[in-house]
Design a protein around this ligand. Structure first.
Ligand code: PGA
Length: 257
């Protein structure tokens, strides 16, 4: 059984004081029973990582620490960048790569996503590889082809075992931060398509163990419907992860009416 992973992507929100407050509020609401059945990760901005790590470690909170980005090189003249090993040293477990905002705003290419995915794995962390289509691509009937090629490019050169250990986040770009969500049926179909793509290249075992998240305006009201689909193994949550109450209700989707 694939244990779902629900990840809070805080994006460029919250300074380290605010981050400490949010992780503490989350800890009052998310229980041991919840994390028995769902893995939970939080992805604060870089400047908050050390603070959040200290709270998680000292209070033994049942959350995985995540990051939103890193460089694929280990060191060098890359002003402003962070190396994977710097994150690993802070007990980071999951690193998002290929988020559509990084692809669109910062010019991250498929090739860079592939290099980053490999670098994250090489450091013993788990990449959350994001893929997603624009509204124009969807309307033109190109969504499946786009997702297929992004998955293939991101995973080039990995072993089946490495692919089986990954998290892939399917995030239709038109649903991110817009309040529009893919219907549970569409989200399931696309996540199934991702899994079938993995199966075609890496075989059954990798396809059965890779975890596929849905992301894009996940809220307490739609979490249960999305997260109970057979090929959806969790959620990458942006806006709603900044509110401890909303995020904990998403984590507790199985208890919703
Ligand atoms: P959203 O963001 O939940 O605010 O739509 C999701 C994401 O970008 O990961």
């Amino acid at each position: 059984m694939r244990k779902p992973l629900i990840s809070g992507n805080w994006k460029m929100h919250l300074n380290h004081f605010e981050a400490m407050k949010l992780i503490q509020e989350m800890s009052y609401k998310i229980t041991g029973d919840d994390v028995d059945v769902v893995d939970v990760s939080v992805h604060p901005p870089f400047t908050d990582l050390r603070t959040v790590q200290t709270v998680i470690d000292s209070d033994k909170l049942p959350f995985f620490l995540g990051a939103q980005h890193c460089h694929y090189e280990e060191k060098g003249a890359f002003t402003g960048e962070i190396a994977p090993s710097m994150l690993a040293k802070l007990n980071v477990t999951y690193v998002i790569t290929g988020h559509s905002e990084r692809r669109e705003v910062f010019g991250e290419t498929d090739e860079m996503v592939n290099l980053k995915t490999k670098a994250i794995l090489a450091t013993g962390m788990t990449p959350i590889v994001c893929v997603g289509e624009t509204l124009q691509e969807r309307d033109a009937g190109d969504a499946e082809a786009k997702i297929g090629s992004q998955v293939q490019a991101a995973l080039t050169g990995l072993s089946a075992e490495q692919v089986g250990s990954l998290v892939i986040a399917y995030e239709p770009i038109w649903a991110i931060g817009t309040g529009r969500t893919a219907s549970a049926e569409d989200a399931q179909a696309m996540c199934h398509h991702v899994r079938a793509g993995v199966q075609g290249i890496y075989g059954d075992e990798a396809a059965q163990s890779v975890r596929i998240q849905y992301g894009g305006s996940v809220k307490p009201a739609n979490a249960r419907e999305l997260l109970t689909q057979p090929d959806i193994d969790g959620a990458l949550v942006g806006g709603a992860s900044l509110d401890a109450d909303d995020f904990s209700r998403i984590v507790q989707y199985r208890l919703a009416d």
